[in-house]
Ligand binder design. Sequence first.
Ligand SMILES: [Zn+2]
Length: 508
Amino acid sequence: MRFLADDLLEGRRTGTRGHLLAAQFIASQFESMGLIPAGDHRSFFQDVPLQSVSVDEPASSFGWTNAAATESLKFREDYILYGDPGREDSQVTAPIVFVGYGITAPDQNYDDYKGADVKGKIVAIVFGAPDFPSAVKAHYSASWLKRKNAAAHGAAGLLLFYEPRFESLYPFAKQVRDLAVPRMNWLDAAGAPDHYYAALKAYGAVSMPAVRRLLSGSGHSAEEISAGMKSGKLAAFPLPGSAEIRTVSRRALVHSPNVVAKLEGDDPKLSAEYVVYTAHLDHLGISTPVNGDSIYNGALDNASGAAEVLEIARAFTRMPHKPRRSVLFIEVTGEEEGLLGSDYFASNPTVPPAAIVADVNIDEDLMLWPLRDVVALGAEHSSLDAVVRRAADRLRLAVSPDPQPEQVGFVRSDQYSFVRQGVPSFALTAGFKSDDPSLKPAKISQNWEAHFYHQPQDDMQQPGLNFDAAARFAQVGFLCGVYVAQDNDRPRWNQDDFFGTAFPGAKP
Ligand SMILES: [Zn+2]
């Protein structure tokens, strides 16, 4: 972890030399453990073809015309646009219709588009989802699904309206700062970007002050939207005017590897199946300085998880008997750009797709307090829940429910890429229990989110790193994989489960 988070690796941004050094280090470690290369061409590396896209800001624009006047909104102040991965120049002139969260969830009897006419129009939405069960809420909050849904309803563009709740999760100013890191997509064999909906000719976000201006004259207010989000009553309504949005995008090809290693199981039949461990190795690289530091080391995001997967792999290689199923250890790239390395692997696996039985993902093990409980995001949807409980029990740790459903953690890391391919999966994280009343993990975590998350200060100098907690956490992760590898039956989604139904996956 100390090596991965060192300044020498320059923040391990996808496509940079720093990330390649990290990947080479991981591959060397895997090799020294005697693991088998399981990437492309019998190497430890799976090449992920990526395309970066950034917006040419001076050439892009957002005009708004209503009964009163025409105004040009200001990039970075009023709005930002995300680059278009499929086109260099994209334009749309259309009215805006607010459609709440922008969610259509028949299984939850919920539809923000009910009664709204959005054909050829730009839809405006807020972040998040209503209070569905945690992982389902997280799934419906995912931006790819909201874009897909908008396109399916005939919309011509999508704008995310800032409101206080999202402002506290991901401040607009931070979003503006993150423009320095170009967004990316992975490309399929035909060169098409992943999760791209060409019908949407504009995609961006609007700051809170600008949302107020766009709403003026609509008979609706920002306060009404906030109140509707709280009460669960958000109705669609049209805004009184027309937007003219132009997005000029600059695109470039980037190559970056996933690192993939295999431990062969010893059961004559089950060894053809794979338990997968994932942790993302990439972080944000060198970017805007904060307090004089410009290297985003990503110690807890996610050098900790990457190192834990290494140690889990090491533990597997030291078992007196090999596990029955085979195990894949994947240190993925492109997580920070949108789960790209994991999605690429899950969509183009180097083993038969139906042979993948589970993914155990580790991202952001905060390791800042003694570990008393773990949380397995999404495990409650499958037989993996029992696996996690058994592992935690054995180590005398508790299993707690997701303490922060509003963070929609289940869709925000690499396990979700496997879920979309029908693979029961979960993200293991540390819980907030403490047996010392003066130590409040929820507070520590909140403070970390505010001052360290995606900041250069997430480095090895940050206070409170607790390596005993990390070791214990890795032990839980190890045992989870062992139990899955040894079980006669592969993990299954619960009967009629939401994810099992939504993503049937490859048939074994
Ligand atoms: Zn991150």
